[in-house]
Write a protein that binds this ligand. Structure first.
Ligand SMILES: Cc1cc2nc3c(=O)[nH]c(=O)nc-3n(C[C@H](O)[C@H](O)[C@H](O)COP(=O)(O)O)c2cc1C
Ligand code: SF4
Length: 363
């Protein structure tokens, strides 16, 4: 029997109306302090009404030195709470659940480079020309506290869950990867030491939010760089994180992995499907897969093959926030997003996030 992707699904105690999820998407709409703006609320209103069961927000920085991009949401201070609450209301009023994604960019902060502030690095990286400084033990402890305070803010603002950004080469990826982590103290060296940051972040979050608040991670389960994190070690790390209180894992890439996966030259291809399938066999919490999924047929095949429990997409919702409503009605044609990446490259230049391919077609 095929699984009904439009039937409710549960992560821990969180009831989601279907198996579809909007993967975290930075939209550049926050003001200079990191507060959500009216434009941000519009985005979440549209998504909330569009049928997707669970929305993950764009990544929100846990402390000022962890900011990755301009226009990014902040979760670093209580002043962010009113804006965050508006995002929650927007999603809920349309019937969707919403999780706040929290991140520290570490050495990968393009934003700090732009403000000429040195990035906080796990280890010095001679090949990285962005100014950076190796973190001391007490700086690491402060960052862990920052994650716990941000997750508590997510709970206080009314989010249904928090999601750690543990992928795409940001700080969590940097700690885990032998390519970036050359430390010789308790934060580096053995797999146990390189994953210590993850374990401490999860423990401290659990102390702050209690046992019931759902805590998820978007996880680069392996690197695609020579000498990088292996799939076996990634899976071991996943099991350790679950033992500390992680409730679900969205599979994506780590250091050197293409975070967007598909581009317009490739036919529809679920980039991280095999990795998700391997993880799904090894863990008992819900597993989501992201990158490159564009059709209901492929989504159905992934879930029916038991390769993942939920289907996560990003760019298809930039072009069609109402995609899931469309699929649930009688129009089940694939997403109209052609994976061209123009939305991303134009937004990087400081323009509002939109489907620029669509705008070009309309000209
Ligand atoms: C404009 C844009 C912003 C993104 N922002 C985030 C983000 O804030 N956090 C994150 O984990 N991934 C982010 N991503 C990556 C997506 O969530 C997703 O992993 C990737 O686009 C592959 O999925 P897709 O093929 O369905 O687009 C972003 C991608 C794009 C195109
Ligand atoms: S610009 Fe539009 S079609 Fe191109 S990747 Fe972005 S959403 Fe998809």
């Amino acid at each position: 029997m095929p699984t009904d992707l439009f039937a409710p699904y549960k992560i821990k105690n969180l009831k989601i109306k279907n198996r579809f999820m909007r993967s975290a998407t930075w939209d550049g709409s926050a003001d200079d302090s990191g507060a959500a703006s009216d434009a941000s609320v519009d985005i979440y209103n549209q998504l909330g009404r569009g049928g997707v069961g669970l929305i993950i927000t764009g990544f929100a920085f846990t402390s000022s030195l962890g900011q990755a991009m301009q226009g990014q949401y902040g979760a670093h201070s209580d002043e962010m709470l009113p804006g965050l609450q508006k995002l929650v209301q927007a999603a809920h009023s349309g019937g969707a659940k919403i999780a706040l994604q929290i991140v520290h960019a570490g050495i990968a902060s393009g934003y700090l480079q732009h403000t000429k502030t040195p990035c906080q690095a796990v280890s010095p990286m001679p090949d990285v020309n962005r100014p950076h400084k190796q973190m001391s033990d007490s700086e690491i402890e402060d960052i862990i506290d920052g994650f716990a305070a941000a997750a508590l803010r997510a709970k206080d603002a009314g989010f249904d869950a928090a999601q750690l950004h543990g992928a795409h080469g940001y700080l969590m990826s940097q700690f885990l990867s032998p390519v970036n982590n050359h430390r010789t103290d308790k934060w580096g060296g053995s797999p146990e030491n390189r994953r210590r940051f993850h374990i401490e972040v999860i423990r401290r979050i659990r102390q702050a939010v209690g046992p019931d608040f759902p805590l998820m991670i978007k996880f680069g389960v392996m690197d695609d760089a020579p000498g990088g994190l292996s799939l076996d070690e990634g899976m071991e790390t996943a099991r350790s994180m679950i033992a500390e209180g992680i409730d679900s894992i969205e599979v994506s890439g780590g250091i050197g992995s293409p975070p967007l996966g598909a581009d317009e030259s490739t036919p529809e291809h679920a980039f991280y499907r095999q990795r998700a399938a391997a993880l799904k066999k090894a863990v008992s919490v819900p597993v989501m897969v992201v990158a490159g999924i564009r059709s209901l047929k492929l989504a159905q095949d992934i879930v029916d093959s038991d390769d993942a429990d939920m289907i996560s997409m990003c760019r298809p919702f930039i072009r069609e926030p109402g995609l899931i409503n469309r699929w649930q009605s009688d129009d089940q044609k694939p997403a109209t997003c052609i994976s061209c990446r123009k939305c991303f490259s134009v937004a990087m230049k400081g323009k509002a996030l939109a489907c620029y391919q669509e705008q070009q077609l309309q000209k």
